[in-house]
Design a binder for this molecule. Structure first.
Ligand SMILES: [Zn+2]
Length: 91
């Protein structure tokens, strides 16, 4: 892969991430709660490698990002979410 290919690849990926609407999902949908047991929802805010995505990327507001971070960390402790990509279990 040439450097140019790499640049093109990352540009596409970045654009898709940043094109996402910057609306806090939890503020928009009052029924949606941040629950450490809800790994399916939390997975949306975690990168492929298991890292917590920044609010700048996901568009979550500061208040919800804070509770989200706590929930993800708790979910990791409960083995519902991976700490790293090497911890991923097959579903
Ligand atoms: Zn919010």
């Amino acid at each position: 892969m040439t450097q140019q290919d790499y640049k093109a690849n990352t540009a596409v990926r970045k654009r898709r991430v940043y094109m996402r609407k910057k609306i806090c999902r939890f503020c928009a949908d009052k029924k949606l709660h941040i629950d450490y047991k809800d790994a399916k929802t939390l997975r949306y805010f975690v990168s492929e490698r298991g890292k917590i995505l920044s609010a700048r990327i996901t568009g979550v507001c500061a208040r919800h990002q804070r509770s989200l971070t706590t929930a993800i960390k708790y979910a990791r402790h409960m083995a519902l979410l991976p700490f790293t990509s090497s911890h991923v279990l097959s579903d």
